[in-house]
Ligand binder design. Structure first.
Ligand code: MTE
Ligand code: MO
Length: 486
């Protein structure tokens, strides 16, 4: 039978990532995974295992240790390993380099949800400044931080629709194109997921609080300028071009619709600095995409390749994880393709501080005047953010679980104008900070906050109607116990 073919380890090693066909082994079985690579939900990271054993990687990415994955692998079985190369019936797996070994040291003030990969949120105290301090900006890594240390020589490849490739170094980008700055909020799709879980049912994913969001001034070159230079006709792009795929150096990938990428008011940047400094390694050094108004998952860090395409990125982060299904849909049976990938995000708000202030200490007299306060009061602070460039027009606060409401004071809009440079085109790419105060005697039960954007989109009052098993886009009213002190 054909399955009796035996292969020596040396021959397997030759089918590594530099070869035309990729082989891997597990136990004493050999698989030719060449045809699987384009379909691998985690992208080309799978090539790290080519020519050797899958097992060390599956020990790092334990998500693979399930029947569904074993079944996929079995389809690519080609042979067994020659018994001369086996010890106790298995081939030696060898040592692999720890991919996390180049991860940077992080600020100890960040609230860590996982270490490898690093997922850490901004503490509430740091969410109250308009620009989030760079070292306190939340970090959301699906994999490791790639070992990139040279900014100038880092290469970005742009694959045009006909397959032709144009390469720019970061130094080329700086030299050739005008630099723009935009102030934009990045919000993870999972921000406030823990609130959905607590109010409704369990969700898959990191249980973020209010801090998987932050605002920075990003500088770089306009993506549309670079695309035009590379050869894309911005006025009349080929009608089959639908998406722009972004590939990160560590293997993460995502895409955005071509319209957003080439919109002169879309302000999509290839950014190399954050708050006036080179991007920190955790935030994409030396180059990241910044897609303002869209879920942060599309702002691909450590950008190494852009593909002009007729289809979305095939990564799991485009085709699976960042989608919302109905409240009834179970994690085990989603029809992944039935829901669109999240791009622009819905309106969001959160309370980041609740402070009781004595009548004689109403330090902020402006706030006391606005609200006519003369007695002991509670001062609330927070943020509100609308996706898609929509402005926040109002933030409502309830001191009594939603029975009565008052309007918060929106703090100054500290955003620099969009990359288009005209104040008339100023899209709201960044959050608004807000403050409110209520007499302590009016407080009963929980505080609630909800925001309204300039399309009159509002937040749902409870989580149940928008519950989804992935816990994405958790934006129901934020409720905070009135007893809580910050
Ligand atoms: N880009 C790469 N290359 N790898 C990643 O893991 N995570 C995405 C996005 N871009 C990610 C990435 C997600 S889900 C989010 S929320 C943001 O980066 C987080 O950006 P930050 O870590 O700079 O806050
Ligand atoms: Mo995210």
């Amino acid at each position: 039978p054909p399955n009796q073919r035996l292969i020596r380890l040396d021959e397997i090693h030759e089918h590594n990532r530099t070869a035309d066909t990729y082989w891997v082994f597990r136990g004493d079985k050999v698989y030719d995974i060449t045809d699987w690579v384009p379909n691998h939900p985690g992208g080309e990271v799978i090539l790290r295992a080519a020519g050797g054993s899958l097992e060390p990687y599956w020990n790092i990415f334990t998500i693979h240790q399930k029947q569904e994955v074993y079944d996929v692998l079995e389809q690519y079985f080609i042979a067994r390993i020659d018994p001369r190369d086996l010890v106790d019936g298995k081939a030696p797996t060898g040592q692999v380099e720890d991919p996390f070994k180049y991860d940077p040291v992080r600020d100890s003030a960040l609230i860590q949800h996982s270490e490898r990969p690093c997922n850490s949120e901004t503490p509430e105290s740091e969410l109250r400044s308009y620009i989030t301090p760079t070292e306190k900006f939340y970090v959301r890594n699906h994999l490791w931080v790639p070992n990139l240390h040279e900014a100038d020589s880092h290469r970005l490849t742009i694959e045009l629709f006909d397959g032709e490739e144009v390469v720019y170094t970061v130094a080329d980008l700086r030299k050739k194109f005008k630099e723009y700055s935009i102030t934009a909020t990045l919000q993870c799709s999972g921000n406030r997921r823990s609130h959905m879980t607590q109010a409704s049912r369990p969700t898959n994913g990191l249980q973020w609080g209010v801090g998987a969001i932050g605002t920075a001034t990003w500088s770089g070159v306009r993506l549309r300028d670079v695309l035009a230079d590379a050869g894309l006709d911005l006025q009349e792009p080929d009608e089959n071009i639908k998406h722009l795929k972004f590939v990160g150096a560590e293997a993460y990938g995502a895409s955005i619709p071509i319209d957003k990428a080439i919109d002169r008011h879309g302000d999509v940047l290839l950014a190399f600095s954050m708050n006036g400094q080179p991007l920190p390694r955790d935030h994409g050094f030396p180059l990241r995409v910044l897609v303002p108004g869209h879920v942060a998952a599309r702002s691909v860090k450590w950008l190494s390749k852009i593909v002009i395409s007729d289809e979305e990125s095939t990564s799991q982060w485009q085709r699976r994880d960042y989608k919302c299904f109905g409240p009834n849909v179970r994690a085990s049976h989603p029809d992944w393709d039935s829901a669109p990938a999240i791009q622009e995000t819905p309106v969001q708000s959160a309370i980041t501080s609740v402070r009781r202030v004595q009548a004689d200490q109403l330090l902020d007299s402006a706030l006391a005047r606005v609200y006519g306060l003369e007695e002991d009061s509670v001062v609330l602070e927070g943020y509100a953010f609308a996706g898609g460039g929509r402005h926040i027009v109002r933030v409502d606060i309830s001191p009594d679980r939603g029975h009565t409401w008052l309007q918060a004071q929106l703090q100054e809009d500290g955003a620099k104008m969009g990359a288009s440079g005209s104040p008339d085109d100023h899209r709201a790419w960044a959050w608004r900070q807000w403050r409110a105060a209520v007499p302590a005697t009016q407080v009963s039960g929980k505080f609630c906050v909800k925001a309204t954007d300039d399309s009159y989109n509002v937040q749902p009052d409870t989580f149940e109607p928008t519950y989804n098993f992935r816990g994405n886009l958790a934006n129901a009213w934020h409720r905070v116990p009135s007893a809580k002190k910050t």
